[in-house]
Design a protein around this ligand. Structure first.
Ligand SMILES: [Zn+2]
Ligand SMILES: [Zn+2]
Length: 238
């Protein structure tokens, strides 16, 4: 089950008894505590940070505190790029000590969190070191996450065969040099990767102004792929 909180609040992945929080941006703690059905931060097994920008990490320290009962229950794995830990670090050294393990992720690597197999396909092209993932678990569809990045064709090869594709789409039109996906580029990736379902998220103003959620039916017909637009607090059942 995926619980998509606010675009800036992060995503909560839950497969049986394994729980991983992804990109805990501003408002994450509040959204988690207010969610219905309730989410319990202390049940988290891992936190995944795609890159150090504040919309993906603002609440990471407080979520480490929440996961570890303020550090009294040392546990959990933090996945993050090396750059998130330096110049300056966005995860405080004191909070790192609360974790059982800190894994600096790299391209073409594999990790395990209880029932989840996590593959890091490639380095994204963004202003700072950024990684997405493909999650696989027994008898469930695979989930790919394409975080902030500019378009480059290797993304398509890397995510091919993913059942559910989550794509951060900031602009309605490509903006060369800004290192974010525009909708036409995201659609090119989706059309080529051919997932069973694509979830668009992380909308900037141009996507909101164009009321992207009203256009997904048309986009699905155009691409022959079921495309949905994420909304605040959205729950997606696998
Ligand atoms: Zn970013
Ligand atoms: Zn972002």
């Amino acid at each position: 089950m995926i619980r998509q909180l606010r675009a800036s609040g992060g995503m909560w992945f839950e497969v049986n008894d394994t729980r991983m929080l992804v990109d805990p941006g501003p408002g994450c703690l509040v959204r988690v505590n207010k969610s219905r059905p309730p989410l319990k931060s202390s049940y988290l097994d891992a936190i995944f940070v795609s890159h150090k920008h504040i919309d993906h990490t603002n609440d990471v320290n407080v979520m480490i505190e929440a996961m570890t009962d303020g550090g009294f229950n040392k546990k959990g794995i933090l996945f993050c790029p090396h750059e998130a830990l330096e110049n300056p670090p966005v995860i405080f050294p004191y909070a790192l000590k609360f974790l059982e393990k800190v894994i600096e992720v790299s391209a073409s690597s594999f990790y395990k969190v209880k029932e989840l197999d996590i593959k890091i396909p490639l380095l994204m092209r963004h202003q700072t070191e950024t990684y997405g993932f493909i999650i696989e678990s027994k008898n469930l569809p695979s989930i790919g996450y394409i975080p902030d990045t500019e378009f480059f064709p290797e993304i398509i090869t890397a995510y091919k065969g993913t059942d559910i594709l989550i794509v951060n789409v900031v602009f309605s039109q490509p903006r060369p040099g800004v290192m974010h996906l525009g909708l036409p580029e995201a659609l090119e990736i989706i059309t080529e990767v051919k997932p069973k379902k694509a979830i668009l998220t992380h909308f900037g103003m141009t996507m909101l102004k164009e009321r992207i959620w009203e256009k997904t039916e048309h986009l699905s017909k155009q691409t022959f792929i079921d495309i949905i637009a994420a909304s605040d607090g959205m729950t997606f059942k696998l």
